[in-house]
Structure formats: C-alpha cells, structure tokens
Design a protein around this ligand. Structure first.
Ligand code: PGA
Ligand code: MG
Length: 217
C-alpha cells in the first residue's frame, strides 16, 4: 500500500474557527446571534449543506431557505476560509517525510472542493497532494465510499490507507474496505472505542511508524 488519503477538517487542519465565522456571518445577515465554537464544531463532518441544515434546525430558521442559506454561508466562507485555520502540530514536518518515503498522498474531504483547495494553497500544503476530492466534486459524498475510491484511483497506486478524525471517515473506510487510521484530536463526537479503526494517533510525529505497522498487518 503506497497511497495514503487524508480527510481535511479536523484531520490535517483545525478549520472549525473559520467555519464558525462563516456560519455566524450568515446568521448575522439574518439578524441572529452567533453560535459558539463547540456547537458549530458538532455540526461539522457531513459537508456544508448538512452543517447549514443543522444551523437552521438549531436556530429556528426556515428549512425552506436551506439552499439560499447554504450559498450565503459558502459565499462568506469562500471569502475567508483560511483566516483562523491552521495545520495540526507536526503535520508540516511529516508530509515531506511521507513523500520522501515514496507514498502518494491525497485528500478526500466533505468540504466543498474550492475552499479545500484554497486552504491547501494558503497554508502552502497543496504541493504534497496529487488528488483532492471535495464534498461537491461527485454527486455523492462520504460516508459513500465512492469519493474515497475515486481519490485512490486518481493517485494510481491502488487502494491504500485512509486517515481521518470522524465517525463518517471510519464508516467510509469500512465501506471502501481499506485500513483506517484515526486522528484523535479532531471533531469526533463519540469515544474512540466507538469508531472502528486499525490504529489511532494524537501526534503527527507518530504517523510514519503507525503506517509501517498497519502495512506490516
Ligand atoms: O466539511 C465538513 O463537514 C467535513 O469536512 P471533512 O470531511 O474534511 O472532515
Ligand atoms: Mg474531518
């Protein structure tokens, strides 16, 4: 297995503060009060349309306006997707190591593809990844295994390992039939034991050894 695909939000980058800012800017447009970070973070994982659906339900806005409010949130987010977003500690050091070790790296995220690429560019991480599939790249998104299968397909090395932070990522890997490495510092809602995973880590410095272990089976 020489391909490694990563989730983005809560796995490579702590992006919740900018997602929160975009959702709160949309709420401000509606004359509503902002939501706190833990609340918005709990809405992340199934893509932006689902996050806005959860915000609508939480605030009592009209679900008939879902499409309009999703677009409004995306507009705010596209203008400021990387003001408060940062890579997790140690990531910057480990990505070149993995590339030097011969791995092909990709990203399979439920975040819309355009802001995902903007963030990778802004953080100077884009060059490490040969495939990026977002939540709106295909007609289906995670936990459907198709986006993950497609990411491995674009890397051209066959199926590899998926690295993610959430219940959705664990389910996606299970349905794609690939090993799953759980990053425990992201936006997971349940205890680690509740997520099927082959191994877990909380520091990027530990990832190369973990990958070796999983590969050794
Ligand atoms: O945007 C989301 O809801 C989740 O994004 P992720 O798949 O990168 O965690
Ligand atoms: Mg995630």
């Amino acid at each position: 297995m020489t391909a490694i695909v990563f989730d983005l939000d809560g796995t490579l980058v702590d992006s919740a503060p900018d997602i929160r800012a975009a959702a709160n800017a949309m709420l401000r447009d509606q004359g509503l009060a902002p939501l706190d970070l833990p609340t918005i973070t709990s809405f992340i994982g199934n893509g932006l349309p689902k996050l806005v659906e959860r915000v609508i339900r939480h605030t009592g806005l009209d679900m008939a306006r879902h499409e309009e409010l999703t677009q409004l949130t995306l507009d705010h987010y596209s203008r400021a997707s990387c003001d408060l977003t940062a890579p997790y500690p140690g990531l910057r050091e480990v990505l070149p190591q993995l590339r030097e070790a011969g791995f092909a790296l990709g990203i399979c995220t439920n975040k819309p593809e355009a802001p995902a690429r903007d963030i990778l560019d802004a953080l100077d991480l884009a060059g490490f990844f040969d495939a990026v599939i977002g939540g709106d790249t295909l007609p289906v998104r995670k936990p459907d295994p198709e986006p993950l299968n497609r990411t491995f397909g674009q890397l051209g090395r066959g199926a590899g390992i998926y690295v993610g932070d959430s219940e959705i990522d664990a389910e996606t890997a299970r349905r794609a039939g690939v090993p799953f490495l759980l990053f425990t510092e992201g936006y997971r809602k349940s205890p680690v034991e509740a997520l099927p995973h082959n191994a877990r880590f909380d520091r990027y410095a530990d990832l190369p050894a973990l990958i070796e272990r999983v590969q050794a089976g």
